[in-house]
Write a protein that binds this ligand. Structure first.
Ligand SMILES: Cc1cc2nc3c(=O)[nH]c(=O)nc-3n(C[C@H](O)[C@H](O)[C@H](O)COP(=O)(O)OP(=O)(O)OC[C@H]3O[C@@H](n4cnc5c(N)ncnc54)[C@H](O)[C@@H]3O)c2cc1C
Length: 442
């Protein structure tokens, strides 16, 4: 069996793991940091950002579903889900401070400045997307240009449409893999193709991890371990380590899209989610989005046999995405082979979602869509989170009941954000790195 000793192990290279690894590497020259990532780095391959690529680097080729049939896209590659995200950013809401005593202001401000987070310039927000925002304004909703992890000036050929969600091919969109690159330049050891199965624990303290590296068993030893394998991966590792409360209950920012046929060019070739509006009383966020062209009929098959036949309308489709602040429910559960997820909606969730769908329908009609063509897509979950919650399984410094074992990813959310998650996760990662520098000073 392969064995290695190091100072710090980070598991998972999404925004949580990449941030902690990068921050520690930047400030602790000589510290042995090893980053273990299940997937590989697809960025330099011709498949990156293509439909076949999108299937190859997602769990179950993007056909992962909950027991109830809710579809989940779970990217497994260097950079984690930021390889396939829409590049949207949202500040953590004040409830992090008021309800949980966690102040993310400084690390959020730092990230916004460092990554140049800002809305796209007006000319790149999309003509049809902007018409949706104007229609919402006519109905009294003040949609705003969405903050983005995108810098069009980084590329001479900004070519962002719905396919941005398969992986960014033009280079405008920031991806956590860039933090991984920086960390590697600063000396960390990156192991790809490495699946961590469980923790190694001695006398209540973390002493390392056990897993498979390219199919071969390995044990890696370190006095500090940070799990950042995402809202599904992290609770599975904890369950295999005997922490059975992990994965009991989750949030998903459960999402639907409401589609309608416009008498003009639709939003599919425009950058995704350029405008948005959050209704925090109802607990929903609205934005402009439709499925990429080839994903559309597959998503529609789940709606019913007649719906894939609407594929020919894709070029004139408008879409209002609704993200729901869903209540904690369901589970992620390890099985002898793999895992199962259950995530239904509570009655309260259902009522609020129905109210939001009615609002989205009105906006689309106001934007000129034929009322007979308006329908809601099946439920999906793009933000599996809240599976190892702060205040229940974690201290506010993100430490578990196993000493020196920390978690830093979407699983730590104490409740659904109903917002883009990545800025919050980076802010948590920077805050955790600052804490580790103090308590584990060498
Ligand atoms: C299509 C799509 C669009 C989205 N759009 C946005 C958006 O616009 N803005 C936004 O803020 N958020 C968006 N999100 C959500 C956001 O990308 C995720 O919530 C975020 O990346 C979660 O970060 P994380 O660090 O928790 O985990 P992840 O990004 O999921 O990273 C976890 C990493 O751990 C690895 N891993 C898993 N298990 C193991 C294991 N056992 N051993 C080793 N490694 C493991 C995985 O391969 C992965 O690389 C989107 C998500 C999707 C799917």
């Amino acid at each position: 069996m392969l064995q290695k000793e190091t100072d710090v192990i980070v598991v998972g290279s999404g925004p949580g793991g990449a941030t902690v690894a990068r921050e520690l590497a930047q400030s602790n020259a000589g510290l042995g940091i090893t980053l273990l990532e299940h997937g590989r780095d697809w960025r330099t391959t011709p498949l990156y950002g293509t439909y076949p690529g999108g299937m190859m680097y997602t769990d179950k080729a993007s056909f992962l579903t909950t027991q109830e049939g809710l579809s989940i896209v779970r990217p497994l590659l260097v950079g984690g889900a930021t390889s396939m995200y829409c590049g949207c950013a949202a500040r953590p809401l004040p409830w992090w401070q008021t309800r949980y005593g966690i102040d993310l202001d400084a690390t959020t401000d730092q990230t916004i400045a460092e990554l140049h987070i800002a809305p796209l310039p007006p000319a790149l927000r999309g003509v049809a997307s902007t018409r949706i925002a104007a229609a919402a304004a006519d109905l009294g909703q003040d949609w705003q240009p969405q903050e983005k992890f995108m810098q069009p000036e980084r590329t001479g050929d900004f070519a962002c449409g719905a396919t941005c969600m398969l992986g960014c091919r033009c280079g405008a969109k920031w991806n956590a893999a860039e933090y991984v690159d920086e960390a590697v330049q600063n000396g960390i050891d990156l192991w790809t193709g490495t699946k961590v199965e469980r923790m190694l624990v001695s006398n209540g303290r973390a002493v390392g991890v056990w897993g498979k590296w390219r199919g071969k068993a390995f044990a890696m030893y370190a006095p500090v371990v940070i799990l950042a394998a995402g809202g599904i991966g992290t609770p599975l590792i904890l369950q295999h380590t005997g922490l059975t409360a992990a994965g009991q209950g989750m949030t998903m920012d459960t999402t639907v899209m409401v589609y309608g046929l416009a008498p003009y060019k639709g939003i599919g070739n425009e950058p995704p989610m350029t405008w948005s509006y959050a209704d925090d009383d109802l607990g929903v966020m609205y934005s402009t989005l439709i499925d990429p062209w080839l994903n559309y009929p597959i998503a529609m098959l789940r709606k019913g046999p007649a719906y894939p036949l609407t594929w020919h309308r894709w070029g004139r489709t408008l879409g209002v995405m609704i993200k729901l602040k869903d209540e904690i429910s369901g589970f992620v559960r390890a099985q002898p082979r793999g895992f199962t997820i259950s995530k239904g909606l509570t009655d309260h969730d259902r009522q609020r979602l129905a109210a939001a769908e009615a609002v989205a329908g009105r906006i689309l009609r106001q934007a000129g869509c034929d009322p007979d063509t308006i329908f809601t897509t099946p439920l999906r979950g793009t933000h599996p989170s809240g599976t190892v919650r702060i205040g229940e399984m974690l201290t506010d410094d993100l430490e578990t009941e196993i000493q020196n074992l920390y978690v830093c990813d979407a699983s730590v959310f104490p409740e659904a954000l109903a917002r883009p998650t990545v800025l919050t996760i980076i802010a948590l990662g920077k805050r955790l790195a600052a804490h580790l520098r103090v308590v584990h000073k060498r």
